[in-house]
Design a binder for this molecule. Structure first.
Ligand code: THG
Length: 370
């Protein structure tokens, strides 16, 4: 059995945590110094339930960094190669943050709450300090702080049926990556159609942590007729959906083009940003390696702790960054950073999984059916 995680004040508690524990979360990780469950029944059972029904996720660990003040837009633009000039109030934008080498600092969702007010909904790295440093260094007129905001997500095909009775807004009119503000059980929430799965659903940004359990219970009650369960981001589902995980599939050492996030870069964007020169150069010169989706044969594989080497024609050609046994495709679905000449769909590779004596056959794929 895996060792336990020790909980202390340093591993911050979420406002929903008592319910997550009561619902029987079996494993946790730590994300932005906060708890995050990784499965409840088993990764496979959770996966099927997420695809078929609806789950309530405690994703408070996706912390918010609030940026507000006259220079708010300037600071957010400075941090990302994505063009935010057209981002309207009520809109979310997936906007990877890059440093001066083009390395990925984080890959947050950015919400525009007002002309001069943003939430940066972060993955697992220190954006608060990074942006404070940038703001101070540049002498910007802006406040950067962590507000009292905690997300819970409702994901799965039943999400709209569960949420609709709790809000007045007709949810059919809420487009992907748009949000509105309301109250549920007295709790002030921002609700967006978004979430870290391909199954559809909503994210509720609770703005008063003292009402976390009231919010959870109201959603739970509405969900009981729809077989709601507590859940969490699911490793199998997110790989099949093609969602990258910061710290796993990309780090500060990877540039945004290597990670295949080209569509979130606007070369020649008007606003000043830190990574302009580096990304212009990389766009000209090309990349030596690229993150590929690969299918690995040979049955269920061990959990990936460090990377696994990938081979092409007998030589190491990269490394696996995330992998999970897919009960639907009956293969191991994975991401791997692979030398560019071996990234064409159909290319045959092999992979040495941790603790195994022989390499498994693998193949570059375009993706997996949602
Ligand atoms: N929701 C919120 N905050 C987050 C996450 C989230 N912060 C951490 C982490 N997840 C950030 N990473 C991602 C990665 C992908 C997406 C969202 C957050 C995502 N991508 C869609 C896709 O790739 O299909 C849409 C991207 C687009 O086209 O704009 O949703 O999950 N609040």
């Amino acid at each position: 059995m895996a060792p336990l995680i020790s909980f202390s004040r340093r591993v911050r508690e979420t406002p929903y945590e008592a319910r997550v524990m009561a619902q029987g979360a079996r494993a946790f990780t730590v994300y932005n110094q906060m708890t995050l469950a990784t499965f409840f029944r088993s990764p496979e059972e959770d996966y099927w339930h997420l695809r078929e029904h609806v789950q309530l996720w405690d994703v408070a660990c996706e912390r918010q960094v609030e940026v507000r003040g006259p220079d708010a837009l300037r600071l957010v633009e400075l941090s990302t190669p994505r063009d935010l000039s057209a981002c309207r109030i009520g809109q979310c934008v997936y906007a990877p943050l890059c440093d001066e080498t083009g390395g990925i600092v984080n890959d947050p969702v950015v919400l525009r709450l007002a002309e001069d007010r943003f939430w940066i909904s972060i993955a697992d790295s220190g954006v608060l300090l990074w942006l404070k440093g940038l703001a101070i260094g540049r002498g910007l007129d802006v406040e950067v702080f962590e507000p009292d905001v905690n997300i819970c997500a409702l994901q799965g095909p039943g999400a709209e049926r569960v949420l609709q009775p709790l809000v007045e807004t007709d949810l059919r009119t809420l487009r992907f990556f748009r949000f509105f503000e309301t109250r549920i059980a007295g709790a002030p929430v921002v609700i967006a159609r978004s979430g870290w799965s391909g199954q559809g659903g909503f994210e509720l940004y609770l703005q008063d942590s003292s009402r976390g359990l009231a919010l959870w219970d109201a959603i739970w009650e509405s969900g009981e007729a729809h077989q709601i369960r507590a859940g969490c981001p699911n490793l199998i589902e997110r790989i099949e959906t093609g969602l990258l995980s910061y710290g796993n599939d990309m780090t500060l050492a990877n540039n945004i083009f290597e990670c295949g996030l080209d569509r979130f870069v606007k070369l020649g964007k008007e606003a000043e940003h830190l990574s302009r020169r580096a990304l212009d150069r990389i766009a000209r010169e090309g990349v030596a390696a690229k993150l590929a989706k690969i299918d690995i044969e040979g049955g269920p594989a061990p959990a990936l702790r460090a990377t696994w080497p990938v081979f092409a024609a007998g030589r190491q050609a990269g490394y696996v960054t995330s992998a999970a046994w897919s009960p639907r495709f009956e293969s191991v679905v994975a991401f791997a950073m692979v030398d560019i000449e071996h990234t064409q769909v159909g290319t045959r590779l092999s992979v040495l999984a941790e603790g195994e004596s022989g390499a498994r056959p693998a193949r570059v794929v375009a993706g997996w059916e949602r």
